[in-house]
Design a protein around this ligand. Structure first.
Ligand SMILES: [Zn+2]
Length: 489
């Protein structure tokens, strides 16, 4: 049978961490039908000098709403990302009542919605012809905003039952697990028992608990303890999101965090992580600030990404804004946040040590998650456009922190196995044809903090479910992405 596409003479990295080997692959329909020497095909692509690997998986995205606003997902697919995990940090687009506003500056959905549950959200995404695949976590902040509101109090028995029912429903419909963002409102008002009860609804499905922990700074180790307690109590695996120790006085402490996790694993718990390859975090600014006690050290390290009331502030550091306006530093933070649309401000904060990024990347349990926030009206953190190429360029090629085979394994088979993307993450006959063809010698992120909306170079071809999505820097508009259900093809 004539294949649809052959990719010939590639260096093939199969995603398992094995060394590259030379050969061809054939694609028929949405699958890889041959690995080795391939016969004739309708379309032949010569990949001499290039490396072919499974498509990359962004294990930490906030693109629930982006699948509808920007179904071309150019900022991700240009990086070689063919699948991602959305619904992170407790911010998911489900459950949903059409038209209801759940939270100011909702990074997950950001506006129009006409779905109610995972099934109807997936249908809405598919109607938009997404460029890449998506698997979902159901998020605690959303559940709590829905059942309890933003009140600072414990959930009642009825509210807890409602939230549990929504987790179970999402899991039945194919979510891969439950996420929390315990640093954020309203998730931070919950106690550990509430989270255990909700996470436990994933147990019959062997889903996972993914967490933006309650604290990533001074109380990092307490937060790791709580995350382990929750996963253990729920009887499911733990995934620690964007593992870091924030704030200069805490730098280096992720070593202790890994050591604590090692002990838990020795006792039978299963723990994985993700990291983004940047020294700055990013998110809804109001969530990080107590207006009664604005931290001057933090304020000095903040950049504004999106500011609907004053776009001239976008891309500027807070000390620069304060100097320009003649404000004190903390007053500048207050003025930005208390403007009419202050809760829609997204910021970047430089809080992470470069050495901690390398420590993370050396650990075989750590995957790559962009944590990108797709607010394209402003100047988003460059991780939205640059994460995967930056790992390959800076940490593999330039610094040798991890090998190319290992980096690709983390971005492919490890992520697919952990998040239940069935039939994906490996180059083998019968697998889905999600592929990226790139040049390890030239692949490079080009997005910067002042100029973030830049696609990387050195990525020649991206294939999603057998269709070419990007070729030589051009988006084809194939729209061949799918909504994936946990461990189901
Ligand atoms: Zn987070």
């Amino acid at each position: 049978m004539t294949a649809d596409i052959t990719i010939r003479n590639a260096r093939i990295l199969d995603g398992t961490g094995a060394p590259a080997f030379g050969g061809d692959i054939a694609i028929t329909g949405d699958r890889i039908t041959r690995v080795g020497a391939a016969g004739p095909a309708t379309r032949e692509i010569d990949a001499r000098g290039l490396t072919l690997s499974p498509g990359f998986v962004d294990t930490h995205s906030h693109d629930d709403g982006a699948f509808l606003r920007y179904p071309g997902m150019e900022f991700k697919v240009a990086q070689g990302v063919t699948s991602e995990v959305s619904g992170n940090c407790g911010f998911s687009s489900i459950p949903n009542e059409p038209g209801r506003k759940y939270m100011p500056g909702d990074i997950a959905t950001g506006g129009q919605t006409n779905w109610t549950d995972l099934e109807s959200y997936f249908a809405a995404c598919m109607a938009a012809k997404p460029a890449i695949n998506n698997i979902m976590l159901v998020g605690h902040n959303r559940l709590r905003a829905s059942a309890v509101g933003l009140d600072k109090r414990a959930a009642t028995a009825d509210e807890l039952a409602e939230m549990r029912g929504e987790v179970a429903k999402a899991m039945e419909q194919g979510a891969c697990g439950f996420s929390t963002g315990l640093i954020y409102e309203p998730g931070r008002y919950s106690d550990t028992d509430e989270v255990v009860a909700l996470a436990a609804e994933c147990r019959p499905f062997e889903g996972i608990y993914a967490t933006h922990m309650r604290n990533e700074g001074d109380k990092l180790l307490d937060a790791v303890e709580e995350a382990l307690t929750i996963a253990k109590g729920a009887g499911i695996g733990l995934h620690i999101s964007h593992h870091k120790s924030a704030g200069k006085r805490n730098w280096g402490r992720i070593g202790q965090s890994f050591a604590r996790v090692d002990r838990a694993e020795a006792e039978g718990q299963k723990v994985t992580f993700d990291v983004y390859p940047y020294t700055a975090g990013s998110g809804p600014m109001w969530q990080y600030v107590n207006l009664d006690h604005i931290d001057p050290e933090w304020s000095a390290n903040v950049m504004i990404n999106s500011c609907p009331d004053d776009p001239t502030l976008e891309g500027k550091m807070m000390p620069e804004i304060a100097a320009e306006r003649g404000w004190e530093l903390t007053e500048a933070v207050r003025n930005v946040l208390t403007s009419p649309r202050g809760k829609q401000v997204v910021c970047t904060h430089f809080i992470i040590d470069e050495a901690d990024i390398e420590t993370n990347l050396r650990d075989p349990r750590v995957m790559i998650g962009s944590d990108g926030i797709p607010d394209l009206k402003g100047r988003p953190h460059p991780r939205l456009y640059g994460t995967m190429p930056r790992v390959l360029a800076k940490y593999v090629r330039e610094r040798g922190v991890l090998s190319l085979e290992e980096a690709v394994r983390r971005m492919t088979s490890l992520a697919c196995d952990r998040f239940g993307l069935a039939g994906r993450g490996r180059i083998q006959e019968g697998a889905f044809a999600d592929l990226v063809l790139f040049d390890p010698a030239t692949v490079q992120d080009t997005a910067t903090y002042p100029d973030p909306k830049q696609e990387p170079v050195g990525i020649d071809l991206v294939v999603v479910n057998g269709q070419v999505a990007v070729e030589k820097g051009k988006h084809t508009g194939a729209g061949s992405g799918r909504m994936l259900r946990y461990r189901r093809e």
